[in-house]
Every structure is written in structure tokens, then in C-alpha cells.
Design a protein around this ligand. Sequence first.
Ligand code: PLP
Length: 398
Amino acid sequence: MERKNGIYADCAATTPVSPEVAAAMLPYFSENFGNPSSATRPGRDAGAAVATARAQTAALLGATPEEIFFTSCGTESNNWVVRGLAAEAIRSGSGRRRFLVSAVEHPSVLRACEAMSPFGFQTERIPVDENGATSPEALARMIGEDCLLTAVMHSNNETGVLQPVKTCAEIAHSRGALFLTDAVQSAGHVPLNARKLGCDFLSISGHKLNAPKGIGALYVKSGVVLPPLIDGGGQENGKRSGTENVPYIVGLGEACRRAAERLSAGEAERLAGLRNRIEASLLTLGRCRVNGGGAPRTPGTLNMSFACAQGESVMLLCDMRGLYISTGSACSMGRGEDVSHVLRAMRTPENMANGSIRISIGDGTTEEEAERIVDILTDCIRRLRSVSAEWENITKQE
Ligand code: PLP
């Protein structure tokens, strides 16, 4: 999307709040400022707005409104499941003490599980294939009656690769384990139906679908027990206390409504078309690869590696030219990870993993911008290669 100062192609990191979402939220900061727990008119009005948002969110996820709980973000939703289930297992004395999580999960799942180790829980990573798709066969081999929770994200934040969620959920259930899918990168971008996927928990985050940062939701399948992470005044049906963030909840509901509308109008196909064109053009640069390119992916995400062009250098050169992309995920930036755990799990060759960039387009990305993205990237990669001794050697030998 063309901004005043450039082209934004980092939608997997975050998206702008759409004008419709901002307009829907605005009255709930001022004239409709009531507390939904109040029995008076302002409170009832705010409560009605929260109920509408819950229904809109449920509709996007193929759930009933009673199965939707608003949280502060995707990270909280994932932590709630992991920590809540661990607490319940300890309380009930259950022997289920293993978490099985896809090797490419977001840190909000991986680290939350690993943080339970002092309490006697073990976390094991389910391997992925060379495209970064979780192996159901490996899960079937690893799982036993001691597994508390299996977590396989719906789509990966670095590569966009869609995961075999339904099959993995069936395997988890066959051994009595519960199943979480982190759908933060999928909600609003591909059709989702929590019930058909067979998951017990599904998490989403507002800022990945044109709602603000600081709002998320968790689907909890009807009848599944999940103790609260936050206790207090009993909001969210006693499951997540704290006065509801009404404007943000309204924003998330409106964003879900818009996303459902755009999905039925063919937005996913439009984005996949643009993404595929960008991909095809960049492949002509040679000595590069599409990470996860052999698997079905979310429509707007493209992860590529270029020999002799460090991902970080490409990103910074693009930044100077007003094109905003990322290397891998925004979450691993600045954390000292030389190669992301996702590309490592996919066994991406080291020289290629270092040269990885993620281009993620979204609502508002136009055809002209897609062309500019290709032009700028081509120029930056050629410039970096032109000063690379390794590139000179490679091209000499050809
Ligand atoms: N899960 C995935 C797959 C993500 O990509 C992210 C954010 O990048 C999160 C969870 C965390 O969401 P939030 O930023 O709302 O905490």
C-alpha cells in the first residue's frame, strides 16, 4: 500500500487500521463511553456493541458468539491456553505433562510451553518438511496418553505456509490431547472454520487484519474447560476479567466483518495473483529460492532467499528506497537469531537462510505497487551482488 513516504509490504508484521474500522471505533471513546458491566443506558449501549463485535468475530471464525473471548493480543490468547491448561493439569493431578508443538510455532506458543518446564511440563517440537509444513506422521509417532496439548499454527508468520491443522487435530484427539491452532496470520486472509478444523482453541490478533494493536480473541470450543488466566470482576463470562476495551473490541468486530466481505469478493485470489507475479519476476534474478514455495500458502506472503545478498542488507537498502519489507519475522529481529528457527527447522541451507526476506502484501496493495516492489528489490539485490566477491566467483565460473 502506497504511503506518503513509500510502499508498505510488511503486512505480516502489522497492518494499518482501516478507515472503516477507525470510524466504527471512534464513538466508543467519547459519546458511547459506558462500562458494559453497568446496568444503566450507557453501559447497556456499550454491552450491545461488544455483543455485536462478538457475533462478527464468531462469524469470521465459524464459531458461536459464546465461544469467543476477547483478549489483549494474540500472545495473550496463546499464553492463556498453555498456562491455563498447565494450571488445570496440576490442580486435577492429571498425568498429562507434555506439550507437542510444531517446530515453526510463534514464540508466544513455543516460549509459553517451555516456560512451564519448572512445573514439570516437557515441550517437544514436531518436525516440519522442507517446505515448513508440520509432519502429521511425526506427530502420530510422538504423541501418547501423556500429551496435554498439541499446537499447530494455521499458517506460518515467516513463510505463509498453511499447516495440516485438521489432520493434526484428529491425531491429538485420538490420544485424548487438546488442540490449539494459532490463526493470527490466517484470520481474515483465508477462510477459517474453527468447528470444521476440529480445534479446541484458535487464537487471532486484531492488528494483522486492519484492527488496532492491543486487541485479540480466543475461540474456546463449547464444553472445553480452560481456567482463566486473569481473575477479577468476572467479565467475559468469568473467563477473562478486566473492564472490556470497548472501542478496540468494536474495531476487531468491524475488521472481522470487513474481512469476511473482502474474502467473499475475491480478495484472497487478487492478492495471490499479485504475490505470484512478484515471485515470478524475482525468480528471474537467479540463484534464489522461495521458502515454502512447494506448499499452499496464505495469499499475501512471500519468503525468498537470494544468494550473495544478505536479507538484512536487502531490507535496509529497500528501506532507504521507501520499500518496507522484513527479514523473516518482526519478532526475531534484534534478538540475535542469525537464522530464524523457522528456516532452520525447514533445513534451509545456511547461505540461503541468511539471505531471506519476507514480502507481505495486503488490503490496499495495488498492481502498480507490486511492479514497484519488483523494481526496487531487483535493483537492491543487483547492487548487493555487484559488490560481492562470492557473486563474482559464481558468475565467472558460469
Ligand atoms: N502468532 C503469530 C503467528 C504471529 O505472527 C504473531 C505476531 O506477529 C502473534 C502470534 C502475536 O500476536 P500479537 O502481536 O497480537 O501479540
